[in-house]
Design a protein around this ligand. Structure first.
Ligand code: NDP
Ligand code: OXD
Length: 310
């Protein structure tokens, strides 16, 4: 039987995915047609991204799963019309991109690169930089991305701690969990990486109270979601020196409006939501493999726990 895959991912995305997805479906032995319009009752799988106009999933009565092209699912997870299973994107290229972003910006802070990049002529003041084992890095969120980043930072030699909802054991990483573990994590994080999903529980988890727990002058790297941060509290902490510098990739409003104070703050680096992008070639393989699993009666991989919101 020919499967019908509805690409509902916003302008241009279907074109980007068509060739790699066709190849990946073929490699899995799947006979499928990829469409951008279909009679809802005929759709077997929906490939979804937040830019999609599709918001009412009610008529998709035959659809076996909605597969998100994004890792973050906060814009679909609470949709009351979505009764079909939802899988989020977990993809080796996405993970590698995030590891490179976090390690790159972490090393920038650790090595104090900015002081040399912006040094005045004649400013010959050698200061011995600390080595990685003397630098304490905290990672909030130890899922597909946070764990990979924690392990890569550990492999660079940093003293890494992590924090998650449920208890974890990661070799060479000090793991904390739950509300009680957060204070300990923050108190020991000279560089803090936030890789949490946006849920009601994580909304503004970086706020005046939690920022005050960090060592003075700590640096923040946020590739998670903008809503994790109370922006006014972060700006106040940057102004008073509690936070030394922040690298922000994600924002409540994207693109970040030109007038936003973050653009103009000397100790904020903005990147335009590029920490890790879903690359069609590798993501197509992930999608095809997941469809093949469902078609052969195996459980969907990376299924979102709707009650948890991620
Ligand atoms: P996962 O779902 O794999 O991991 C989420 C982690 O957060 C888990 O360790 C989970 O804990 C933890 N967590 C969730 N809620 C809480 C809480 N209330 N308290 C403590 N820990 C919590 O997600 P990914 O690692 O794949 O992705 C993380 C986020 O990164 C995405 O949701 C998205 O927002 C963002 N992202 C950003 C990109 C960018 O380019 N900027 C690209 C891709 C993703 P537990 O393990 O115990 O469940
Ligand atoms: C994602 C993202 O969630 O790009 O995949 O932010």
């Amino acid at each position: 039987m020919t499967l019908t895959l509805l690409f509902a991912a916003g302008p241009g995305t279907a074109e980007t995915y068509h060739a790699p997805l066709t190849e990946a479906l073929h490699a899995e032995g799947l006979d499928a047609r990829i469409v951008t319009e279909a009679v809802p009752e005929a759709v077997d799988y929906i490939l979804y991204a937040p830019a999609s106009p599709l918001q009412d999933f009610t008529p998709y009565t035959r659809t076996k799963a909605v597969l998100s092209l994004w890792a973050g699912v906060e814009r679909i997870v609470a949709n009351p019309t979505l009764t079909q299973p939802l899988a989020r994107m977990v993809d080796p290229s996405l993970t590698r991109g995030m590891v490179e972003y976090v390690c790159g910006h972490g090393l920038r802070y650790h090595l104090g690169m900015d002081a040399h990049i912006h040094a005045r002529p004649g400013a010959w003041e050698p200061v011995e930089p600390p080595l990685a084992p003397e630098r304490r890095v905290g990672v909030m969120g130890l899922g597909a991305l946070g764990r990979a980043c924690a392990e890569a930072l550990r492999d660079l030699g940093f003293a890494v701690s992590g924090w998650s909802a449920r208890a974890k054991a990661i070799e060479g990483v000090t793991c904390h969990h739950g509300p009680d573990g957060l204070k300990t994590l923050l108190q020991g994080s000279e560089i803090l990486v936030t890789l949490l999903p946006h849920t009601p529980e994580t909304e503004t988890i970086v706020n005046a109270g939690t920022l005050a727990l960090l060592p003075q002058g700590a640096c923040l790297i946020n590739p998670g979601r903008g809503a994790l941060i109370d922006d006014d509290a972060l700006l106040a902490a940057l102004d008073n020196g509690q936070i030394g510098h922040a690298t922000l990739d994600v924002f409540r409003t994207e693109p970040l409006p030109e007038a936003h104070r973050y653009w103009h703050h000397p100790r904020v680096t903005i990147t335009p939501h590029i920490a890790a992008t879903t690359r069609a070639a590798s993501a197509a393989r992930v999608l095809a493999q997941n469809i093949a699993r469902v078609e052969t009666g195996q459980p969907l991989l990376h299924e979102v726990a709707r009650a948890r919101g991620y």
